[in-house]
Design a protein around this ligand. Sequence first.
Ligand SMILES: O=C(CO)[C@@H](O)[C@H](O)[C@H](O)[C@H](O)COP(=O)(O)O
Ligand SMILES: [Zn+2]
Length: 197
Amino acid sequence: MLERIKESFKESIQTKIDASEALPEALEKASMMMVSCLLNGNKILTCGNGGSAGDAQHFSSELLNRFETERPSLPAIALTTDSSTLTSIANDYSYDEVFSKQVRALGQPGDILLAISTSGNSNNVIKAMEAALGRDMTIVALTGKDGGAMAGFLSESDVEVRVPSTRTARIQEVHLLAIHCMCDSIDRTLFPQDETQ
Ligand SMILES: O=C(CO)[C@@H](O)[C@H](O)[C@H](O)[C@H](O)COP(=O)(O)O
Ligand SMILES: [Zn+2]
């Protein structure tokens, strides 16, 4: 098992090396979209399933609380946390609707949906994207593999950050780094500090 553990570390490192070539431009575009959104008084809604639900909550908490520097709270809402809302929508309608119904209630024109899915094929995330487009929102998609069906819902005004891997765990490990890169870019742009920090 020791060799398998070492192999996981090597595979994760290589995936990050590959991603460091493929993703910076998309991450810069996503970050600047988020900066504009926040400067306009809009907010960021986030969603995903399983480990990606954790990532959705990780991102929203770092905006609402803070990332690494002292700065005002920033508006973000994870659509993955309200168990009463999630269970009632799943029970009364369908699990496919658990995020989209919330987007239709909370989303405003100019808001951003951060849609997270390693396969790009989770139906409830896809339906959330459809609902976001219907609310005149823009989309930042964190995906992997071949981007799945999500890739087909994105226009020029949206951005997809697609991790170059087919393994869910490795994709998620890069999604977390992507989230931290976006938080850093947002903070450095909205609240410039001297570069020594
Ligand atoms: O975290 C893991 C695997 O590492 C799982 O919980 C994973 O998030 C779940 O299988 C999700 O349902 C996968 O959904 P998605 O990433 O394909 O949208
Ligand atoms: Zn996981």
